[in-house]
Write a protein that binds this ligand. Structure first.
Ligand SMILES: Cc1cc2nc3c(=O)[nH]c(=O)nc-3n(C[C@H](O)[C@H](O)[C@H](O)COP(=O)(O)OP(=O)(O)OC[C@H]3O[C@@H](n4cnc5c(N)ncnc54)[C@H](O)[C@@H]3O)c2cc1C
Length: 496
């Protein structure tokens, strides 16, 4: 009889684990608390316009590249239409009004960037050499290249330390971490490997997902379905049922019990531990996991543009005013927003005009303390007023970089860290889950295995966030059940 696996959480982590196991003969059931599956891949529609809430763009997805191979392994590569971002500048970093593009490919990146910083040309080449070396050896890439080598040096040296040792100009140092909202780093704490991987991943090729990020979730769900698995929404897991030796199933809030030979929890690890009463999980482990800090949260502004008014912007735009990318999440309330990230969504292939865009700005959950006990849709008028004030401040900042833009907005919508907290179960609305912190050592890592032998963890907290980080985490978790050799062989076969 097929082994039964119950997966908690239908974000990319939960869905992809379920699919890999379903492809390998498991009978899988995914339990999702929300009305919609997908977690951070979810979209919402207002007045006929669709907005992405989490994932906005992906990298290394050109044929033969690492993400493409993973999507092919999952059998969904042809279900996802991608629109390439401008190779001459897929990211634009604006610091106090001066704009610096990231060009695609190492050679073009160095050429374009050194036109602003001519004396740093050789240093930029050294920087890229370092990025390439690290990202090639990182666990994220090695699964789909040649072996399992891990570069420990750059997992223990911080981003700022490594960049300062290579680049002399302080402005260029800031420009190179200008896309920092993609990985929320901290000075002296975040390993250089995290920066290197993201820089390399998007520099190879960067794409938006035509039609929205929920296309990825929907494609995976169709595949799970084709293998006889099921993804159930409105099924909040409230308990991982255990006997003295192992997990035996998962209890949902509505009273239904899903028996399991294996349970995979792909939600925040603190939330997972709240579901387990077993003595096999020691208090020291609970404490260690609850002490791991989380990445900051964001306020999101979703813009619906008037028809034919805003040309489609084929890059992402990061703005910093009187602040370094490093410090943008540490703001004084009166100075908000010191920075923001602005992107357009891609509704059709090759759009001429944008239908909608998203603006993200870091926000501390402490600003929302007085509503922390409220739930979605029931937070009251003062909360609505707070959101309106923040939207006005963010629109003001956007207008100063893009004069006239506010007159082209038909409608806008907003979400706060509380929205993310309540939709995805992430602690304090944290954008990418737990931090990676070199000063915390092994105590700062979330393992994919637990002392309950058939309870595994997956999702963005066990390896890294983002499409690649989560999918590699899926392979790590599923390898525990299927063996890494088997999965690696299957990936090789799929990529032929
Ligand atoms: C604003 C934002 C922008 C981003 N942009 C990008 C980007 O451009 N590119 C990129 O690659 N990545 C991006 N990311 C990161 C990426 O989206 C995430 O790392 C990834 O999608 C996380 O997947 P996950 O499965 O680990 O968790 P999640 O997507 O958070 O999924 C967890 C799921 O578990 C469910 N759940 C929680 N508790 C329970 C329970 N008790 N019972 C049942 N279900 C439960 C939640 O409802 C949720 O659906 C972004 C993230 C955010 C927030």
């Amino acid at each position: 009889m097929a082994r039964r696996c119950v997966v908690i959480g239908s974000g990319l982590g939960g869905l992809s684990c379920a699919l890999v196991l379903a492809m390998n003969g498991y009978k899988v059931t995914v339990l999702e608390q929300g009305n919609q599956a997908g977690g951070c891949l979810q979209c919402f529609t207002r007045k006929g316009v669709k907005f992405e809430t989490g994932m906005h763009f992906v990298g290394s997805a050109a044929e033969g590249e690492v993400l493409y191979k993973l999507l092919k392994y999952l059998g969904i590569e042809s279900d996802i239409e991608l629109q390439r971002l401008d190779p001459d500048g897929y990211e634009i970093i604006s610091i106090n009004g001066d704009r610096f593009p990231y060009a695609s490919g190492v050679g073009p990146f160095i050429e374009r960037m050194s036109s602003y910083f001519p004396s740093e040309k050789d240093n930029l080449a050294n920087y890229w050499q370092c990025v390439k070396k690290v990202s090639k050896a990182s666990s994220l890439n090695s699964f789909v290249s040649s072996g399992y080598a891990v570069d420990t040096e750059y997992q223990t040296r911080s981003i700022d330390e490594v960049i300062s040792s290579i680049i002399k100009d302080p402005l260029l140092r800031d420009v190179l971490v200008g896309s920092l909202p993609l990985y929320t780093a901290e000075r002296g704490r975040t390993p250089f490997s995290r920066h290197a991987f993201i820089m390399d991943f998007y520099n190879r090729s960067a794409f938006r997902i035509v039609g929205g990020s929920d296309c990825i979730a929907n494609a995976i769900i169709r595949r799970i379905d084709s293998f006889g698995g099921e993804v159930l929404t409105k099924k909040r897991a409230v308990k991982i049922v255990c006997d003295s030796a192992k997990a035996t199933g998962v209890l949902a809030e509505d009273g239904s019990l899903y028996e399991a030979d294996v349970v995979i929890s792909a939600i925040h690890p603190v939330r997972t531990l709240e579901l387990v009463e077993s003595k096999l999980i020691r208090p020291a482990f609970r404490e260690r996991i609850s002490n791991i800090r989380n990445t900051p949260a964001v306020f999101s502004l979703y813009l619906h543009f008037k028809k034919g008014r805003i040309p489609y912007m084929n890059h992402n735009f990061y703005s910093y005013k009187n602040c370094s990318p490093w410090d943008c999440h540490k703001y004084q309330p009166g100075e908000w927003p010191a920075s923001y990230l602005y992107m357009h969504s891609c509704h059709t292939a090759d759009p001429k005009f944008a239908e909608c865009g998203t603006v993200l700005a870091f926000m501390s959950i402490e600003e929302l303390a007085r509503w922390s006990d409220t739930t979605i849709g029931r937070r009251g008028d003062e909360y609505m007023e707070f959101k309106a004030q923040k939207a006005t401040a963010l629109l003001h900042a956007l207008e100063s970089d893009f004069p006239g833009i506010t007159s082209c907005i038909e409608n806008y919508y907003t979400s706060t860290p509380l929205t993310y907290r309540d939709y995805t179960g992430t602690v304090d609305g944290s954008i990418y889950g737990v931090v990676q912190d070199i000063t915390a050592g092994p105590a700062g890592r979330v393992p994919h295995k637990t002392k309950i032998p058939n309870l595994l963890l997956s999702g963005q907290n066990i390896n890294s966030h983002g499409i690649m980080g989560v999918l590699v985490g899926t392979i790590v978790t599923c390898s525990e059940l299927l063996s890494p050799e088997k999965i690696y062989k299957q990936m090789e076969e799929a990529s032929r």
